[in-house]
Design a binder for this molecule. Structure first.
Ligand code: CP
Length: 309
């Protein structure tokens, strides 16, 4: 298998298709074996620091689980009780933590570009666990892996990304990755939540989701990101649900093979109804399960660069 050629994983925008395939193949190898080396020792003796400046359930716990399953150790910092609260700068915080000798850093931050900034301060791999609206590469890769596991080759498959595209790093990582894999990518949501120029990223904007749902192979439903909105982007939750919420009625004409993803956490009854989130088309908990596998693949490829897989 081709080794991962870069020090860090900061986003999917700049990665070539063959590198995306390397992550998918490594995850598949870990999930389905056989392994050239026992996977439980792949990062034995290595210590990874998880630095979450924003809340997380899935990303943080699945990275920590992945580290444990690869035989490594994780250390996390509670930023609420750290010296960040006393006003220590990001640069000083990172330099002091780096001096302790971690083998990799996993970083989530509300501001886009922070993992890239940290990457320039340290010699060890940095993994972006979500930066502002920019990217969430491990989520993009696990979504790709889940879609491929569920429907096979993504070339010419129709994928709709639905909802709050403007504030979504998941949408951007999905878009960069899916277009490289040859999927036809569509986006839909309130016009105020569609970034200007989204078409230049390879997406086709769909004004009426009811006409589009019947030819979709996958719908990736996004959470309304209230924490990133200080303006009213749409008139009311009721109106949002009416036009863009994924309801059972809306799915009445979908393909029987349609797969529905959601990166979580979900706003049930708003962007997705419970009977859809828990219904026959959903693969949401498969995403979560695959998240651990993909994060094992990411850690293995980044921390064992230059060694045979
Ligand atoms: N999908 C995702 O990033 O979930 P968390 O915010 O729980 O990590």
């Amino acid at each position: 298998m081709k080794p991962y050629p870069f020090k860090s994983l900061l986003g999917l925008k700049s990665l070539e298709t063959d590198i995306l395939a390397t992550f998918l193949n490594r995850a598949d190898q870990i999930q389905n074996g056989p392994h050239a080396t026992p996977i439980g020792h792949a990062i034995k003796g290595k210590t990874v620091l998880t630095l979450f400046f924003e809340p997380s359930t899935r990303t943080r716990v699945s990275f920590e689980t992945a580290i444990k399953r690869l035989g490594g150790t994780s250390v996390s910092i509670n930023l609420e009780t750290s010296s960040v609260k006393k006003g220590e700068t990001l640069v000083d915080t990172i330099k002091n933590l780096d001096a302790m000798g971690f083998d990799a850093l996993i970083v989530r931050h509300k501001n886009g570009g922070v993992p890239h900034f940290i990457d320039r301060l340290v010699d060890v791999p940095v993994i972006n666990a979500g930066d502002g609206f920019n990217e969430h590469p491990s989520q993009g890769l696990l979504d790709l892996y889940t879609m491929q596991s569920e429907i096979g080759d993504l070339k010419h498959k129709n994928v709709l990304i639905l909802g709050d595209i403007l504030h979504s790093r998941v949408a951007r990582s999905n878009l960069w990755a899916l277009t490289k894999m040859g999927a036809s990518v569509f986006v839909a949501g309130p016009p105020t939540l569609l970034p200007i120029g989204i078409e230049t990223m390879g997406a086709t904007v769909i004004p009426d989701i009811d006409r589009a749902i019947e030819f979709m192979d996958v719908i990736n439903v996004l959470r309304i990101q209230y924490e990133r909105q200080d303006l009213g982007y749409f008139p009311s939750i009721r109106e949002y649900r009416h036009y863009y919420g994924l309801t059972a009625a809306r799915l009445s004409r979908c393909k029987p093979t349609l797969k529905i993803l959601h990166p979580g956490p979900m706003n049930r009854g708003i962007e997705i109804d419970s009977d859809v989130a828990d219904g026959p088309h959903n693969v949401i908990l498969n995403q979560v399960k695959n998240g651990v596998v993909m994060r094992m693949a990411i850690l293995d490829l980044l921390l064992n660069r230059g060694t045979t897989q």
